[in-house]
Design a protein around this ligand. Structure first.
Ligand code: DC
Length: 214
């Protein structure tokens, strides 16, 4: 079984993906880490962000064990990720890795922005996770402040809007809800309730498939 989870930044999709993977006994890939690692590698190497060939070469030679989680989660890493993610050459370099992960025996849960639309358009279940901008900004701000970054809520909201705009406006594999994705709006839910709703959505889809309705 392949579960494709897409959605906006700080919507809760990563936590939902991890917990669903645990519940259904599936492997999990956070595909945003691939773009974050490419962005961080480019910052470290001083690669020109206009040089899509060099950035794609970095993406192809990524070894995720070279990066620690803290450096991948900074605001700067997120911005760099969003910039490299807009480049078709970088996306092409990371495509097969993600598809091969999804094809592993037993299946997998992948979360990102284009899983249900581009990476796994035939996924058994697709979820689209979202929440109101102010709520997502407050969640992300808490994470960044815990990591020692100083930022106001207004700056965070502006940053988030800029990231969402770039991710959904790019020509190649824009962030977009697949027509057959189930919406999970986490704005007014605790994370446990959001995971519960997502699990019920997956089980509902699987039951429909079993009855031959899909
Ligand atoms: O989910 P995240 O914040 O870790 O993602 C980092 C950036 O990578 C984000 O700006 C969108 C981009 N991304 C993407 O374009 N496609 C994916 N499948 C995953 C992430």
């Amino acid at each position: 079984m392949i579960i494709a989870i897409d959605g906006t930044l700080a919507s809760g999709k990563g936590t939902i993906a991890r917990r669903l993977a645990g519940w259904f006994g599936l492997a999990h890939m956070d595909t945003g880490r691939l773009y974050r690692a490419t962005g961080v590698a480019a910052l470290k190497n001083g690669t020109d962000f206009a040089d899509s060939g060099a950035l794609a070469a970095l993406a192809r030679s990524l070894d995720l064990s070279d990066f620690d989680e803290t450096e991948l989660r900074t605001g700067e890493a997120g911005q760099a990720a969003s910039r490299v993610a807009a480049l078709p050459e970088v996306r092409a370099a990371l495509l097969e890795l993600q598809r091969a992960f999804a094809r592993q025996p037993g299946g997998a849960v992948l979360d990102g922005r284009d899983i249900g639309t581009v990476i796994c358009p035939d996924a058994d279940v697709k979820l689209w996770v979202d929440a109101r901008t102010e709520i997502r900004a407050a969640r992300r701000l808490k994470e960044l402040q815990a990591a020692g970054e100083t930022l106001s809520l207004e700056e965070m909201i502006a940053d988030l809007k800029a990231r969402d705009a770039r991710d959904s406006a790019r020509a190649d594999a824009p962030m977009k809800r697949a027509p057959d994705a189930v919406l999970i709006d986490t704005s007014d839910l605790t994370i446990d309730d959001a995971v519960d709703m997502a699990r019920r959505a997956v089980e509902g889809r699987l039951a429909q498939q079993d009855r031959g309705c899909l």
